[in-house]
Design a protein around this ligand. Sequence first.
Ligand SMILES: [Zn+2]
Length: 275
Amino acid sequence: MAGESSSTMHAAMAAGSAPRNAAARLSRCEKRLSVRAKMSKQTLLVILAHPDDESFPIGGTLAKYAAEGARVVLVSATRGEAGIRGLAPESAGEIRARELQQAAKTLGISDVHFLGYRDGELSLVDPAAIRSQVANLIREIQPQVVITFGPDGISGHPDHIAIHEIVTQAFDQVQPVACLYYIAPSEATLQGCGVVPSPQKTGGPVAAIDVGEHLLTKVRAMQCHASQRPPFSGSPEEEVARMACHEYFTLVRPHLKEVSCSDLFAPVPDVCVNK
Ligand SMILES: [Zn+2]
């Protein structure tokens, strides 16, 4: 308005916007508190083969749910004994188990269990013995969400494929009131922000988890696995820009067709959208 001083205008704008900003902040705060209250009763159990399997493909998702208050439990079938060239298995396993504990702490994972098998030998041992261990853990931990590799094992590593089969069988044996997800094929994570791969590509209904706010934590967790020469080895703040902001999962139990979801804990109605 002509003749009105800029300081008067700023004062009027401030007077008008302050309550709105305060209300918006309160609403965000209430939303976070309500998410924390809901998530504090939830448990996510992730069962994989080696140290670093948790951080590279799905570190953002684990960090997100831990930050929101869920209990996140990680089971690693081996200590990654075959993963450091030139080192004896015992020494390599010790180093990698330590790296995993640091990464888990970074991500907010509350418990880490090792099943005690040797890296590279999962497909050779008695599957009934591992299945029984995994089934007992599912009964004891009572998760609402279980995550493991899909049939492709992402990289095709025989240990990844073996743990995929073992976890799926153990889940079906226990039949917990929980959702079972497979980590979606690796090309899905390369599609960039906001692009959801089709169920045809991932082999089933897809959960696309927005991990944009947790990429810094993910990079830091990846860098805990120093013996594996993580590809994102620069300054974490800069590496974040190179990373996809969604991680993808295929829902396999319960069997739901044509459903797309943005929350692993809510594979039905209000959060998921029937296509
Ligand atoms: Zn692995």
